[in-house]
Design a protein around this ligand. Structure first.
Ligand code: FES
Length: 119
């Protein structure tokens, strides 16, 4: 069986001036798929939209000391690594972001588009 390499595609999600705004957590949509965007200490972190524990929208949560806290059962996820707190045994996806002259971009796997076409 041959596996194809998953291509990452960069998408602009914010203008650069958002880095000067107060910290936030909000849901964003890229190519029809939802993600959670966190502005924390002058950087943008993009994670999967829903908590792996029971599916809560992570954008309804809180951010404290670089940790994203789920609004439902308060599971915690490190925003640098995506790792769940000790004992949780889970993690969230963190997507690469880049600050460019023309805005802030996130890298999303093209496979999402492929899977969307299947279902
Ligand atoms: S749904 Fe997120 S901690 Fe339970």
């Amino acid at each position: 069986m041959k596996f194809e390499k998953i291509e990452m595609k960069w998408h602009k999600i914010f203008e650069n001036d958002i880095l000067h705004q107060p910290d936030f957590i909000r849901q964003i949509e890229v190519k029809g798929k939802k993600f959670c965007a966190v502005k924390h200490e002058a950087r943008i972190i993009v994670t999967q939209a829903y908590c792996p524990h029971a599916g809560a929208g992570l954008s309804g949560g809180a951010c404290k000391n670089g940790v994203l806290i789920c609004p439902f059962h308060r599971y915690e996820y490190d925003l640098n690594t995506g790792r769940g707190a000790k004992g949780q045994g889970d993690y969230i996806e963190i997507y690469a972001t880049e600050v460019r002259n023309e805005g802030i971009y996130v890298a999303i796997p093209e496979a999402f588009g492929f899977l969307k076409r299947l279902f």
